[in-house]
Design a protein around this ligand. Structure first.
Ligand code: AMP
Ligand code: GLY
Length: 428
């Protein structure tokens, strides 16, 4: 099969790596200088048997619809399904309609009404942009004053432009987070191996939210029974609610969950593979990923995912200044420490470019990820950090505690009552 992957980050590199392993030819558009098979040709001009669209922006923009209209086989939702990520207010509406456990929330355009709602909640306060903000539009704070100021900055358009003029305010939940990526064919979903992502910039979950600073898979607590429960209580009802809206959802439904004392609750849906979750999860894929995604794209999912028993740990290496204003143009050193073609240590490239001397230099916030596989999470973690430590550029930053306590989450999963009945939208 010839597969076209759309996108240019570490997720697309990991997709290309996993898709090509059984021998398929993979082209990545636009890719980047660190991803083999990258081409500047737009997807419409690439001939392929299957198109896999990585990032949310082209999906929200209707790329899957345009390719399908041209008769191509596409893995990725159309603009209608992509609205789940394009508008958090709509996503919350679908969650409520589907009866999926989620945080109580309100949707506002007017700062005064938002502030009044905030005052009915207890800390921590959660303020989200309705529209896309590259994972940076969410504020979680214990300060009511900071939350109110954030609402004002967002609704005025100052902070996130049009994406922030509507805000979603949520009750603050607590508990370990889980990313469950499901492959959907419009009617049926199969879960990929669960992963855990580390969203904050600093060790110990401190600092600003980022797109994700590391991930690991499998997650000890999220065994088959938990995954089945999540499919039954969250994913399947959501697919049914989407069908009720006339949406034939073929792509990844990424379920961002918090495992609270009251049971698992959906924090958000994304409409694509997570980054850096994809690097950890897809490195463990032992079957023919192209076949699985092609079946889903055709609306006829039959295969079951096949997994490597080894665990994977992914560390994001980011540029100085990320996530606010990353410094670019620094030469990346130490990459020759990574054995080319190894199946247990991989560098997946994201924000990189070539300078005039053809050297690989930093060109974005999240520059590359190191993924290592080994017999368990602890061994994979040691291997990943050993390699990450050999890569360097001025100002490189990364977290030191990715996958440090993978089993800690076990004590915190509850299967009690959920706040289904409480989930309600408030408009103002
Ligand atoms: P989201 O993009 O909606 O997943 O939010 C980004 C991050 O903010 C999540 O991964 C959580 O760490 C945090 N977060 C989002 N919603 C809540 C909530 N209702 N309560 C506590 N933390 C949250
Ligand atoms: N790692 C979180 C995301 O991809 O949205």
């Amino acid at each position: 099969m010839r597969v076209c992957v759309v996108g240019s980050g570490g997720r697309e590199h990991a997709l290309a790596h996993a898709l090509s392993r059984p021998g398929h030819e993979v082209v990545v558009t636009p890719g980047n200088p660190g991803i083999p098979g990258s081409t500047p040709s737009p997807p419409e001009e690439v001939e392929a048997d299957l198109y896999v669209i990585g990032p949310e922006a082209p999906l929200v923009d209707g790329l899957a619809d345009r390719l399908r209209a041209a008769g191509r086989l596409v893995f990725g939702p159309g603009a209608d399904g992509a609205r789940l990520e394009g508008s958090k207010a709509w996503m919350k509406q679908v969650l409520v309609e589907a009866g999926v456990p989620t945080a109580r929330h309100g949707v506002f355009r007017q700062p005064e009404k938002a502030a009044a709602f905030l005052r009915t909640l207890a800390a921590p306060y959660v303020v989200k942009t309705d529209g896309l903000a590259a994972g940076k539009g969410v504020l979680v704070t214990n300060s009511l004053a900071e939350a109110e100021a954030d609402v004002a900055a967002k609704t005025s358009g100052q902070a996130f432009g049009a994406a922030g003029r509507t805000v979603v305010i949520e009750e603050g939940l607590s508990g370990p987070e889980l990313s469950l990526l499901c492959v959907c064919d419009g009617r049926r979903a199969v879960a990929l191996a669960p992963a855990q992502d580390f969203k904050r910039l600093g060790d110990g979950d401190t600092g600003p939210n980022t797109g994700g600073m590391g991930a690991y898979s499998p997650v000890p607590i999220a065994g088959p029974a938990v995954v089945d429960e999540l499919l039954e209580r969250a994913v399947d009802p959501t697919l049914a609610a989407l069908r009720d809206h006339g949406i034939d959802y073929r792509g990844v439904l990424y379920c961002g969950l918090m495992l609270t004392a009251d049971g698992p609750k959906v924090l958000e849906y994304n409409i694509r593979f997570g980054d850096p979750e994809a690097q950890a999860v897809l490195s463990r894929y032992a079957g023919d990923l192209a076949e699985l995604l092609a079946e889903a794209a055709a609306g006829d999912l039959r295969s079951e995912p096949v997994w490597d028993d080894r665990a994977a740990v992914t560390i994001v290496l980011a540029a100085e200044g990320y996530p606010v204003s990353p410094r670019v143009g620094d030469v990346i050193r130490g990459l020759d420490e990574i054995p080319p073609g190894a199946d247990d240590v991989m560098a997946f490239f994201a924000g990189v470019a070539r300078d005039d001397a053809r050297r690989l230099v930093t060109a974005g916030g999240r520059v590359l990820t190191i993924t290592a596989l080994d017999h368990d999470v602890a061994a994979a973690r040691r291997k990943a950090y050993a390699v990450a430590g050999s890569v360097s550029w001025p100002g490189m930053q990364y977290r030191l505690d990715i996958a440090l306590h993978p089993s800690d989450v076990s004590a915190q999963v509850g299967h009690g009552d959920t706040n289904r009945a409480e989930s309600s939208g408030v408009r103002g």
